[in-house]
Design a protein around this ligand. Structure first.
Ligand code: HEM
Length: 262
C-alpha cells in the first residue's frame, strides 16, 4: 500500500494514543494500539446493529422480536441503511489500518492446510511461521472486505430502487442476504475464537496487550520479530519452569505429610 496511507495510519495512531493509554506491563507485549481498538469496536457495534436491524426486516418471525428494539418496523427499515453506512465508513479505515499485516503469504496457505490441527487443538504451540495474524484471521478479514463491497453496492441499489431496473434490485436482495448470512457465520466463529477458544485473546482488543506466553503460543513469528527471542526456546523454558514448580510443590507436600506422621 502507498506510503501516504502508511503516513495517515501512523498519524492516526499517534493522535489516538494521546487520548487513550495502553499500559504494557512486564511480560506483556503491545498488540493493538488505541486507534485499532476504537476502530474495531466501532465496526463491531455498527455491524451488530446492522445485523440485528437487517435480520429484523429479513424474516417475518424475527420481525416480531427484533423491530421493537429499534422503535418498530418502519423505523428499523429507516435505520438499517444508516447503520450499514457507519459500518462501511469505519471498516474502510480499519481496512487501511490492517492492509499490510493482512497481505496473504505462502505461510497462510500452509496454515490453511493445517486448519484441522488448529481447530482440534492438536498442537500446543503454533508453527514458527505464524506472524501477527494467522491464515484464519486473514481469511475472515478478506471475507469482510468482499462482503462490505457487496453490501455497499447492493445496499445502495436497494436504497435507491427507483434508479435501476426491478431485476437488478431483486438480484441485489439475494446477494445482500447471502453476504449477511456468510457474515453471521463468520461473526459467530470470530467471537468464539476471540474469547473461549483462545484464552488471553480478548484482552488484546480491550487492554491492547497480550502476555508473551500468548504471543509465542499463537503468533511465534510475531513474537520473534518484536522481542528478538526464539519462541521455541521461550516455550521450553516455560515448560521447565512449570515442571520445576510442580516438583517443588510435590516435595513440599511430601515433606508436610512426613512431619504430620512424626
Ligand atoms: C462483538 C464481539 C467481538 C469480539 C469479542 C471480538 C474480538 C476480537 C479480538 C479479541 C480480536 C483480536 C485478535 C488478535 O489480536 O489476534 C479481534 C480482531 C478482529 N476482529 Fe473482532 N470481535 C468482535 C466483533 C467483530 C466484528 C463485528 C467484526 C467485523 C465485522 C470484527 C472484525 C475483526 C477483525 C477483522 C479482526 C482481525 C482478524 C481476527 O483476529 O480475526 N470483530 N476481534
Amino acid at each position: 500500500m502507498s506510503t501516504s496511507v502508511e503516513r495517515f495510519d501512523e498519524e492516526a495512531r499517534r493522535k489516538f494514543s494521546r487520548h487513550g493509554q495502553t499500559v504494557v506491563h512486564r511480560g506483556e507485549l503491545l498488540r493493538h494500539p488505541v486507534y485499532t481498538r476504537v476502530l474495531h469496536w466501532t465496526v463491531a457495534i455498527s455491524f451488530i446493529l446492522s445485523l440485528l436491524s437487517g435480520f429484523a426486516i429479513y424474516s417475518a418471525w424475527l420481525f416480531r422480536w427484533l423491530t421493537p428494539l429499534f422503535g418498530g418496523g418502519p423505523m428499523t427499515r429507516f435505520l438499517h441503511p444508516w447503520f450499514g453506512l457507519v459500518f462501511e465508513i469505519f471498516f474502510f479505515f480499519q481496512f487501511l489500518n490492517w492492509f499490510a499485516p493482512m497481505v496473504w503469504t505462502n505461510n497462510d496457505s500452509r496454515w490453511m492446510r493445517r486448519i484441522r490441527q488448529y481447530t482440534t487443538n492438536t498442537e500446543k504451540v503454533e508453527s514458527e511461521d505464524v506472524g501477527f495474524f494467522n491464515g484464519g484471521q486473514k481469511l475472515y478479514f478478506w471475507a469482510i472486505v468482499i462482503s462490505a463491497v457487496l453490501f455497499l453496492i447492493t445496499g445502495l441499489l436497494m436504497w435507491f430502487d427507483n434508479l435501476t431496473g426491478r431485476w437488478v434490485v431483486a438480484v441485489s436482495y439475494v446477494i445482500h442476504d447471502i453476504a449477511g448470512l456468510v457474515m453471521l457465520a463468520g461473526f459467530i466463529i470470530h467471537i468464539y475464537e476471540g474469547t473461549a477458544a483462545q484464552p488471553g485473546t480478548f484482552r488484546a482488543m480491550t487492554n491492547g496487550t497480550v502476555t508473551e506466553k500468548w504471543a509465542w503460543t499463537h503468533h511465534p513469528a510475531w513474537y520473534r520479530a518484536v522481542t528478538g527471542r526464539d519462541p521455541r526456546e521461550s516455550y521450553e523454558r516455560e515448560q521447565r519452569r512449570v515442571a520445576n514448580r510442580e516438583r517443588a510443590i510435590e516435595e513440599w507436600e511430601r515433606d508436610q505429610d512426613t512431619r504430620d506422621h512424626v
